[in-house]
Design a protein. Structure first.
Length: 388
């Protein structure tokens, strides 16, 4: 019997699937996957329902995406980052940020080239780089503050480096990169003529005193950066799988050439709804941030209830809890213990590191707090068991 390709042989099952299965088996409160357990804003849902019923959105959307949505993305980049994006030639609507990153890699990186990936990373980056026949080169952020070391980053760049993939605000650490950190990355990209694939899906989830800086807005970076966003993360609709990539038309041409033969076009009715969502303006983003600031405070109580320690996240809806004071074992063992004996599911963050750097995260677990207040309160009650 024929078997699968060598290309996918190393991938295995994602950790999210494994944890979800175990969480279901033990009926655990699930703070694992970054999947909200409450609905997104009703008016955006209504816009999707209207599009479905209108009779104008049930056939293929234009390949690069609905113009109204591409205009929404371009306008947003102008308002928030002062970037001048051409909606026609500088934006592609994708099937979520996952496919946005994948199409970017396929459209911008050649086989044999090196792609620097800052760890911990979103789990689709490495398979994407490998499927492109390129070589991932890892640069870790270090605990407890989850910062990278300048010498390690500098050493990763060489004449074979084609691209760097970064993610700020960062899943799973909750870090928001500072201007100085981004400037260092930018200086190295410019010095080595490297492309930056910037995953900014949590751009609006930033907390007190933090500023999200789009690396494309730094001098000399626009022409070498593609920026990836997600309606799943920005508008709370992860099930719609609508994302986007924007940037200089020269780079977006590469993304488009790959994209057209990966999906051609993405879901039409939900594109209409996301185009509507982009018209909501600043008050929407402020309410969204207020909602998640409250949930961030609740998740800190969950962590405290169990006797773990954590640095408050600067952004995203994830936080890393350090369990080294209360459990003698690694992150995978502690996650299993927590599901089976406490009834709370989290993610072992070593899954977001290359084998050589996994040890950096093995005292931590990742909590997702995109959950109802009730779910978070229930998790806090259960976590108390850890102290008994
Ligand atoms: C950093 C990061 N990038 C991309 C994604 C995927 O986004 P989408 O659902 O739009 O594909 C996620 C989802 O958790 C993420 O955390």
């Amino acid at each position: 019997m024929p078997s699968y390709a060598q290309r996918v042989a190393p991938f295995g099952t994602t950790i999210f699937t494994e944890i979800n299965t175990l969480a279901q088996q033990y009926n655990a409160v699930n703070l694992g996957q970054g999947r909200p357990d409450f609905d997104g804003p009703q008016d955006i849902v209504d816009a999707g329902a209207e599009a479905l019923k209108s009779g104008t959105a049930n056939q293929y959307a234009p390949g690069p995406g609905l113009l109204s949505l591409r205009e929404g993305v371009a306008n947003h980049a102008g308002v928030f980052y002062n970037l001048d994006i051409d909606a026609n030639s500088g934006v592609i609507v994708t099937a979520g940020a996952t496919q946005g990153v994948f199409s970017s890699i396929m459209g911008l990186v050649d086989p044999g080239e090196e792609v620097i990936i800052i760890e911990p990373y979103f789990d689709s980056y490495v398979p994407g780089v490998m499927m492109a026949g390129a070589k991932p080169v890892f640069v870790p952020m270090h605990p407890p503050n989850w910062t990278f070391i300048e010498e390690e980053l500098r050493a990763a760049f060489n004449e074979n480096t084609r691209a760097i993939i970064l993610n700020t605000p960062n899943n799973p650490t909750g870090r928001v990169y500072t201007r100085e950190e981004l400037q260092l990355i930018a200086d190295l990209c410019i010095e080595h003529d490297v492309i930056c694939i910037s995953d900014e899906v949590y751009e609006h989830l930033i907390y007190e005193g933090q500023e999200h800086i789009a690396i494309a807005s730094l001098d000399g970076m626009f022409e070498r950066t593609v920026t990836v966003g997600s309606a799943g993360k920005t508008f709370g609709m992860t099930g719609w799988k609508i994302g986007w990539v924007y940037g200089h038309p020269e780079l977006i041409t590469g993304v488009w050439r790959a994209h057209q033969f990966i999906v051609f076009a993405t879901n039409h009715p939900t594109q209409s709804a996301v185009a509507y969502a982009f018209t909501l303006g600043n008050s929407y983003y402020e309410e969204y941030r207020a909602l998640y600031t409250r949930k961030r405070n609740l998740v800190m109580q969950v962590i405290d209830a169990g006797g773990l320690s954590a640095i408050q996240p600067q952004g995203t809806y994830f936080v890393m809890g350090d369990f080294s004071q209360i459990f003698d074992g690694n992150d995978v063992e502690f996650c299993k213990h927590l599901i089976e004996h406490v009834g709370v599911a989290t993610i072992p963050p070593s899954a977001f590191f290359s084998p050589e750097h996994k040890h950096l995260a093995e005292n931590h677990i990742r909590f997702a707090f995109c959950k109802s207040d009730e779910t978070l309160e229930k998790a806090a009650e259960k976590m108390v068991k850890l102290r008994q």
